[in-house]
Each structure stands twice: as C-alpha cells, then as structure tokens.
Design a protein around this ligand. Structure first.
Ligand code: RRO
Length: 314
C-alpha cells in the first residue's frame, strides 16, 4: 500500500501538503477550512503585534504563470492568532499546525512577538517570517546575515519552544553558504524555502501599466515563475544545514510532479500559495492524487524512499 505520510518535527502527518502563509489563513473560518481539507497541515497568516489593514488595493493579482502581491502584512494581530492556536491545541491536539509570526517595525517587534508566544500556553510550532518583501521602507531581514544572527541570538536567549524560519530566495552560492552558517549555530527545527521572489514587476500588455498599486507596482512573485529558484534553495539548504533542521519546500507547486521534485530536493513538508489562491482548498485533493500516482508509477510505497535523493550527473 502506498502512503503519503510525512514526518516533520517529530509528528506524523497524513501527507506533506500545507497552505503557504498568506493564502487562505487570515481568519479562524479560513483556518477551519484548511483543517477540514485534504491538506496534511496548515499555517496561519504572518502575525504582527497589532492588527493591520495592509497595503492599498489592488495588491494581489493572479498571472498566467503565477502571481504578484504586495499585501503589506494585513492580519488580525498576534493576540487573535495566539488565542485561535491555543484553542485548537486544546480542542484538536491531534491536528498539529504552524503559527506564522512576522514584524512590521523590525527587530524589536520580532523579539516582543516571540516573547509573547513564549509566555503563552501555546506549545506548537512557530514559523518566524524573516522574508516579507512588501513593507515599504523595510528590508527583508534574512538578506542581512548579521542582523539575522543577532535576532536569533536574542530570541534563543529566552525562547524554549520549537520554531523555524521562513527565508527569502537566495541567488548566489556564497549566500547559500552564509545563511546556512548563520542558521547552523542555532537549534532551529526547520527552515522554509522560499518566500516570494521579492520586488518583481509585471506590466499589463493592454494598458502598459503595472497591475498592483503599492510601491509603484513592485511585488513578490509566486507560482510557476519561481519553481527553479525554490528547488535550488531547498536543495542548497538541505546540503548545508545540520541534519536536525528540516526543510519546508515552498514555491511553484502546481502539480504532483512539482511536489515530487521538492521532495527529491529534500523537503519534508510542502506549501502551496499561488495555486491554492487560484484553485481553493480542493487543490489538496488533486495534489494528493497526483503525487500518489507518481509514487505508484515509480514503484515507491513511501516518501522516505526518494526524499532528498536527487541524482546529479557527476
Ligand atoms: O503580506 C505580505 O505582503 C507578504 C508577506 Br508577510 C510575505 O511574507 N510574503 C509575501 O509575498 N507577501
């Protein structure tokens, strides 16, 4: 019998599929829909200390080959997601999920948010988003290796619960080496590769204009456009990180084949953003069926038989 079971951070999931943070995860109602879908798990919208409206609309557009967004961290605030998470943890302890946490103001807010979670009853996984590309005037934290190290030193000085980080895409071998060297100094449970490719620009052919309002049209690119970059980041980080740090693969998963390729590169869980936005939670039924068919065609009975085993030509 073929199983799609995934093991991740000491837990077993029916399958490796999740939403990517930002898609279908703003409210308790949306999170319930994910919990009741065929996804193996789910993650909440990145929370800031206070609730936020986000950037002006239009701020998300689907494109033929993916999406562009400059949402600007709209969310209901950390207290909302923390209360929701603690309730879920109590009522459905057998359905593990991830809480995503970000910062709008920078370093101190990241620390304060993690302190609030440390002081709460929530004991589950946290994904610390170091890679939002859409806050006007603020850089993506994880492109600054020193600041990232400083932030993690500060958080690990008090935080004792399991957490991982969401990374932006890197495009240079030296940058893979550098971020891995930073992350390997800490007892991180996972890294998530990749966030959207920041600050792309899409031009509408009919009107010669940009398609989203914030930042003059610049926004994070997701979907089919980003798969080769996502696969490279999953693979490069898997090759460099301590074996105890697991990988979530995110970027360009439209089909079972895309999911299979992320697993070949070493991902343990798989997040779907743009395609979930386009297709709704039923995407998880399709992806499960397509991935299962690939395993059966290739004669595998479990993901462990091929995870991380990408072949090279040397
Ligand atoms: O809210 C957003 O604009 C956003 C975030 Br926090 C993120 O991490 N990645 C993204 O593409 N958009």
């Amino acid at each position: 019998m073929t199983t799609l079971q995934a093991t991740f951070c000491g837990q077993t999931y029916d399958n490796p599929f999740m939403n990517a943070s930002g898609v279908h995860c703003m409210t308790t109602a949306e999170l319930d829909e994910l919990a009741n879908s065929a996804a193996g798990s789910f993650v909440t919208k990145s929370a800031t200390a206070d609730s936020r409206e986000g950037n002006p609309e239009p701020r998300y557009i689907n494109l033929a080959l993916g999406s562009i967004n400059s949402m600007g961290l709209p969310n209901l605030g950390l207290a909302y997601y923390l209360a929701d998470a603690i309730k879920r943890q109590t009522e459905t302890p057998d359905v593990p999920f991830i809480m995503s946490v970000a910062s709008y103001k920078g370093f101190d807010e990241y620390v304060d948010n993690m302190r609030q979670i440390q002081d709460s009853d929530y004991t589950g996984l946290v994904e610390l988003n170091l890679s939002c590309p859409n806050v006007p005037g603020k850089p993506q934290m994880a492109y600054d290796f020193e600041d990232t190290a400083r932030l993690l030193i500060e958080i690990f000085s008090f935080y004792t619960k399991p957490f991982g980080v969401k990374l932006p895409p890197y495009f240079d071998i030296q940058h893979f080496d550098k971020i891995a060297a930073v992350l390997n100094q800490f007892d991180l449970k996972f890294v998530n590769c990749i966030n959207s490719i920041g600050n792309g620009l899409y031009i509408d052919e009919a009107t010669d204009t940009v398609v989203i309002k914030p930042k003059g049209g610049f926004g994070g690119i997701g979907g089919e456009y980003v798969k080769p970059t996502a696969l490279a980041n999953v693979r490069a980080l898997k090759q460099r990180l301590n074996p105890s740090i697991e990988i979530i693969g995110t970027g360009g998963i439209l089909t079972g084949r895309d999911a299979y390729e992320h697993l070949l590169c070493g991902a343990s869980m798989l997040q779907v953003g743009t395609q979930l936005q386009k297709e709704g939670p039923a995407v998880f039924d399709r992806l499960n069926a397509e991935l299962r068919h690939i395993l059966e065609t290739k004669g595998y009975t479990s993901i462990a038989e091929f995870k991380g085993k990408l072949a090279t030509l040397d």
